[in-house]
Structures are given as C-alpha cells and as structure tokens.
Design a protein around this ligand. Sequence first.
Ligand code: G3P
Length: 218
Amino acid sequence: MKFFIDTANLEQIHKAQALGILDGVTTNPSLIAKEGVKGKNEIFKHYKAICDIVSGPVSAEVFATDYDGMIREGEELYQIDPAKITIKLPCTEDGIRAVKYFSDKGYRTNCTLIFTVGQALLAAKAGATYCSPFIGRLDDIGEDGIQLIAQIVETYSYYGFGTQVLAASIRHTNHILRCIEVGADVATCPLKAILGLVEHPLTTKGLEIFCKAADSMK
Ligand code: G3P
C-alpha cells in the first residue's frame, strides 16, 4: 500500500519525506487555505515547493466548479510540474467530464469527494488515476467508511479497472490499519496517523530493556 500525506504544510511534508516511506502528497482547498497562502501566484509557488520536496505525485485540486473553468485551471496546475502534479477534480457531472478530458490527454487525475460505489465506478470509467473515497466523513454521519473502501476495491477488481483506490479523510492510525485489511491501493493520511504506526508499548518497553542491557556492558 502506498502512503501519501494529506497536507499542504511544508514542514510536515519534509518530516514524512525524511522517514523514507512517503509516496506522494494530497491537498485540497481547505488544506491550502490553512497554510495562509493567498492568490494564484502564491498558491502555485506553494505547489511547486511541495513538488520539490517529494518524488511522487502531488494532488492539486481545481477551485472551479464548472467544466470550462476546471479544464483551464487543471491545465495550469499540471504545468507547475507535469511529472508530479495530479489534477484533483470533484465527483460532479462537470468533474467527471473533466476527469475524462484529462485522462484522454494522459494527465494523472484524482476524482475526489467520493461517497458511493456508483461515484467510484463513474470515476473509473472516466479513466481517473485515483478515486478518493472519504472515510472519516462517512463515519461522521454514522456510515461505515472502511466498508465503502472494501466495496470499491472489490468492484474495481471484479471489472478490472486500473483506477487506484486512494483512501482519504483518514483521521487516525486505526483507519490506516483497516485500509490495509481491505486492500486500499493508497492511504492519504495526516502525519500524526502515519507516525502512530511506528508506536507500540511493547516496542518502547523492549527498547528500554535492551538499552539497560547495553549499558550494563559498557
Ligand atoms: O483527503 C481529503 C481529506 O483531507 C478530508 O479530510 O478530515 O477534512 O474529512 P477531512
């Protein structure tokens, strides 16, 4: 399973990259806004800075909600770094059309705000590189986000779609562990959730014991 970090924060991206296990980055307008960047120039510079840190794909989301605007914006975003930028588009009628337009051109796309298998199927048929179902937001309304991931993984495998299931809206480490169980291709996670994978009380305790033994031999 690939690990993407779900943030636009350069410091956190550096930290995750330094771990040596980072495969890519996802952003969205809320995450970009959180960094305090404003205006097209600053925002594009920020994306470029992210691309310069990582070696993998960087999802940059269009702000436009109409087809023509999405095409215009997507083209501009892609040119920031054609080797890394993945154009992120919402699962709407215009968004699906735009996914199809860009996938026909051979551009990477990430179809986002996916909450049903039907939406995931449309994203795959339009040729999306990634489909992003939102686990946490489904859990928030009493549904089962992980179950949706499992259903999409099964559907894509049944019909032989190449679209990768990118589990998004991951809130904690256990979400990542559950994504591994159901076979998500990618999990995009906050840094804290990734770091949570490292920790186990028995690892901490075991290390203490080993350190004491090592000290006793000095
Ligand atoms: O990747 C989408 C993600 O950023 C949304 O997360 O926590 O706002 O539902 P959240």
